[in-house]
Design a protein around this ligand. Structure first.
Ligand SMILES: [Zn+2]
Length: 393
């Protein structure tokens, strides 16, 4: 499928093809933009094309043949000239000379599985437990490889540093040295969704390519073609995915409507009159007790989208602006029952909780705090003797 395997991003695809055809390939590129829009996919496809034995030319373009042994190795992420660097768990011993030497057998097995998933779907984000940073040992491995392997005439070696903002300061400094060394046959491809977390010294060495969020129509088409979804289903998921195919895939694996009901029933409990605390705590424990960060993020995002829709309706916005168009009736009932609710404050509280999720926090505790904030925003405190206890949403 070559370039066609990547959804949208036509401007970047065209730019990279022209760079090859005009023989003006920069020593380093940085693909930046929101999460899940195909930055790694673009880098991997470009790397494959740079190593393809028989690239195909078309009108104004060039693409990998997908048939030669180089293309096949590249597609399996096993090409000796394409190096993929990403966050790994910290080495047990800081002086460990190689990033992989410090990993347990369990981690190695997980890593293999993650690489298999990445090869199958370049939009997959490699995640290993406790792997938050790219450590210096990974860059040392890279430097060793670059100094040892002999260049093959007419071919390029490619180093892909995925989510390069995860480089530790030490690793970033080492990486900068490597970028500064002349390697005529090496192309560095950095990807990041947090460009401002990369040192300017590294960025200034790279040609920066912005990869925008995918248009909703492109996502709908991809979901229908690749996953055989109905138009309605594809539209629902695309609306929630907000331009990220990776996010759409996460939603696809879940039963979105059911999850939305579960998180809304928590909100209902939190806004219940009378005694609600014990019941709420049990319900939070049940839904979030064993949830990992990704699942918690999904659940809270669904709550954020729902409240955002309530906000739109409360400000006179039309149904066409809603992500939860199928829930319009419930949303309107909610607004009628909580006429004084500060919905903007509720949305901000959920967004704050979503940011907090990225840190080491107890997820159930975070949700308790969030829902108590939502309660205060929905039911403003009143003088004694005045009751304001809506019975349900
Ligand atoms: Zn090929």
């Amino acid at each position: 499928m070559a370039w066609a395997s990547i959804i949208g991003q036509e401007a970047i695809k065209g730019f990279l093809q022209r760079a090859i055809l005009q023989g003006r390939i920069a020593p380093a590129y940085c693909f930046w933009g929101p999460e899940g829009v195909g930055k790694d996919a673009l880098a991997l496809e470009f790397a494959k094309l740079l190593n393809c034995q028989a690239p195909r030319r078309s009108a104004g373009g060039i693409e990998a043949c997908d048939r030669c042994s180089d293309c096949q190795q590249a597609a399996r992420l096993e090409h000796p000239s394409i190096r993929l660097v990403f966050a790994l768990p910290p080495p047990k011993n800081r002086s460990e000379s190689s990033a992989l030497l410090g990993l347990s057998d369990d981690h190695i097995a997980l890593l293999r599985e993650e690489l298999r998933r990445k090869a199958e779907n370049p939009y997959h984000n490699i995640t290993l437990p406790n792997a938050l940073q790219i450590h210096i040992s990974a860059i040392r491995d890279l430097q060793r490889t670059l100094s040892l392997a002999a260049p093959r005439p007419g071919r390029r070696r490619v180093v892909i540093i995925s989510e390069a903002d995860a480089l530790t300061t030490e690793a970033a400094n080492a990486c900068l040295k490597t970028l500064e060394e002349p390697h005529d046959d090496v192309v560095f491809l950095l990807t990041t969704s947090r460009r401002d977390h990369l040192p300017p010294t590294i960025l200034s060495r790279c040609q920066q390519l912005y990869c925008p969020a995918l248009p909703e129509e492109a996502l709908v088409a991809a979901l229908r073609e690749r996953h055989r979804l109905s138009e309605t289903e594809a539209r629902l998921i695309a609306a929630f995915a907000q331009g990220s195919y990776a996010q759409a895939l996460t939603f696809l694996e879940q039963d979105l409507r059911n999850l939305r009901q579960q998180v809304l029933s928590l909100l209902r409990l939190a806004l219940k009159p009378g005694r609600f605390r014990l019941q709420l705590l049990h319900a939070i424990e049940e839904l979030f007790g064993s949830a990992d960060r990704i699942r918690a993020e999904l659940l809270l995002s669904l709550l954020a989208f729902w409240l955002r829709d309530a906000f739109i309706l409360s400000h006179g916005g039309g149904s066409d602006l809603l992500l939860n168009a199928d829930e319009e009736g419930t949303l309107r009932r909610f607004l009628q029952r909580f006429p004084e609710a500060d919905i903007g404050a509720m949305v901000i509280a959920v967004e704050h909780a979503l940011q907090q999720l990225r840190r080491y926090v107890s997820i159930p505790l975070l949700v308790v705090t969030l829902l108590m904030r939502c309660r205060s925003a929905a039911i403003p405190s009143r003088p004694r003797g005045v009751s304001q206890c809506p019975s349900s949403l």
